[in-house]
Design a protein around this ligand. Structure first.
Ligand SMILES: Cc1cc2nc3c(=O)[nH]c(=O)nc-3n(C[C@H](O)[C@H](O)[C@H](O)COP(=O)(O)OP(=O)(O)OC[C@H]3O[C@@H](n4cnc5c(N)ncnc54)[C@H](O)[C@@H]3O)c2cc1C
Length: 486
């Protein structure tokens, strides 16, 4: 594995999102002096917290999977998830609701899920689920350590027994047909393939190897930290600070000082901070601006999302996570990925964090987070300032028709986040989900974490390997640290 050359005693990390925090913990654990520079006043980045009228709103991720990766980062400094967080396992992980009025509780426990699939779709489908679960587990085992949790120096690094195993498992076919080998019921199929959207892909076209995401939530499990998702970055930052990492918040990095192939210092509006090595975690356009380099190629950006945060005076007994599938499932992806139009029959992730932790809302109130995938601004240059209020009404209308009758009247406070807001935060193409995980933008083909021509700069975060989402960015921080520690 190639690594940073020369001295690496003092590492400066730009960004205190989950990637930067993971890198900080792994580097501090390896004995480096670490300084983290973050433009916001708190850690977390996209895993942010917004306090509104007594509601504590998580602004980004809501589905926490693979907490063992968090544990690994905390372990690096002698701490643990158990010591720092109260993780509530979600049973079921999701409640899936379909346009025909039927519903399926997505259990991660094999027995419970088999029973549930049998109830909805019969014994043959339940047997198919068992086989699918084994296949998902095998795909995960073949991929995780060799292809996801791995630094690549060249595509040749892919060549391995695990690659042969992945080929044998059908990982390079399409996800839709792969799931279809096990399941016949269209509704149950959706439950195991919608996760491709987390990677910015149409489940019908995504490679079957992305089934690894379905393993993470439907087999390995989904958790919720008491206090909200923002408790995760808070805990990581506290553990890192306890291990000697210096955090400077409200500090925007404006430039990098270069000396030959090395960055010798990081500049902010106020000062110059000398560095032996630098980890850059912002979105790729910011990274390119700081490095004064042009992107090597045109990237395909993931679809974006509209998020409606609503504090309500009542609840509808919904689960922590509900996936409300529209009828027009296939067309949905054509609309948002190819045509650049909002979904005409939306499929929504409706999260009610107060189902697990009522303290996130004022007494007697509830918090609903409604995420609607939508085109990014490149494929769909929609004027969200104009369209936003109308789209909000459409979303609320869909909720009212799908088991949340009276939703509009119950809203006490609300906020709508659209691609316009994501763009204003500096996210390329108005999407907070970075470069899509097409095959050409995955593994050794994704923008690498080492920068060509620079000997002491490493990237971490959504734009580089392994990719977008809480588990990948936690891994990216660890991989960046490894490039530095060797
Ligand atoms: C709405 C939404 C829903 C999501 N849902 C899920 C989910 O359910 N499950 C899941 O696993 N993932 C989810 N994700 C994805 C996941 O949240 C992200 O992939 C991950 O948090 C990104 O972390 P990061 O460290 O790469 O980037 P960021 O969190 O963006 O961190 C980068 C940091 O760098 C800082 N920064 C930028 N420029 C500078 C500068 N010049 N100087 C100093 N600091 C700078 C930023 O302020 C930021 O704090 C979701 C994301 C969003 C937005």
């Amino acid at each position: 594995m190639r690594s940073v050359t020369g001295r690496t005693d003092h590492v400066v990390i730009v960004g205190a999102g989950l990637a930067g925090l993971s890198a900080a913990l792994h580097l501090a654990g390896a004995g480096r002096r670490v300084t983290v520079l973050e433009r916001a006043d708190v850690p977390g980045g996209r895993a942010g917290l917004h306090e509104l009228d007594g509601y504590r709103i998580d602004t980004g991720p809501t589905v926490l999977t693979m907490p063992e990766l968090l544990d690994e980062a905390l372990h690096a400094v002698g701490s643990s998830v158990r010591e720092r967080l109260d993780l509530i396992p979600l049973h079921p992980a999701y409640q899936a609701r379909f346009a025909d009025g039927s519903a399926l509780a997505v259990h991660t426990d094999a027995e419970a899920m088999e029973q549930e699939v049998r109830r909805l779709a019969g014994p043959r489908e339940a047997e198919g689920y068992r086989r699918l679960r084994r296949w998902l587990t095998e795909v995960y085992r073949a991929e995780m350590h060799r292809f996801i949790d791995a630094n690549f120096d060249s595509p040749l690094d892919l060549v391995s027994p695990e690659l042969a195993r992945l080929v044998a498992l059908g990982g390079f076919g399409r996800l839709g047909p792969a799931i279809g080998r096990f399941l016949r019921d269209e509704r149950v199929r959706r439950v195991f393939s919608f996760q491709a959207l987390y990677a910015g892909l149409d489940p019908r076209r995504a490679l079957a190897l992305y089934a690894v995401i379905s393993y993470m939530d439907t087999v390995n499990g989904v958790w919720f930290p008491r206090g909200g998702m923002h408790a995760v970055p808070t805990a990581m930052a506290q553990a890192a600070a306890g291990a000697g990492v210096e955090f400077r918040y409200g500090t925007e990095v404006t430039g990098l000082e270069r000396s030959g192939e090395r960055i010798s210092a990081v500049r902010t509006a106020q000062e110059r901070i000398p560095a032996d090595a630098v980890v850059l975690t912002p979105d790729l356009p910011v990274v390119h601006r700081l490095l004064g380099s042009a992107p090597k190629r045109r990237l395909r950006w993931s679809p974006s999302a509209v998020v409606l945060h609503a504090g309500t005076t009542r609840d509808w007994g919904s689960a922590h996570h509900t996936i409300s599938f529209g009828e027009a499932w296939a067309d949905t992806f054509t609309e948002i990925i190819r045509d650049g139009r909002p979904m005409s029959d939306p499929s929504l992730l409706i999260t009610r964090p107060t189902a697990s932790d009522p303290s996130l809302a004022p007494e007697g109130r509830d918090l609903h987070y409604v995420l609607a995938p939508c085109p990014n601004l490149r494929t769909g240059p929609i004027d969200w300032e104009r369209v936003g209020p109308r789209y909000r009404d459409e979303l609320v209308g869909a909720l009212e028709r799908r088991g949340f009758a009276g939703f509009d009247a119950a809203i006490e406070t609300a906020e709508l986040v659209t691609p316009r807001e994501w763009a204003a935060q500096g996210h390329a193409a108005g999407t907070p989900f970075s470069a899509a995980h097409t095959f050409a933008q995955t593994g050794p083909f994704r923008p690498p974490n080492l920068v060509r021509g620079m000997s002491n700069v490493v990237l971490a975060g959504s734009g580089t390997t392994p990719g977008v989402g809480v588990p990948p960015v936690l891994i990216s921080g660890k991989l960046a640290a490894r490039r530095i520690t060797g």
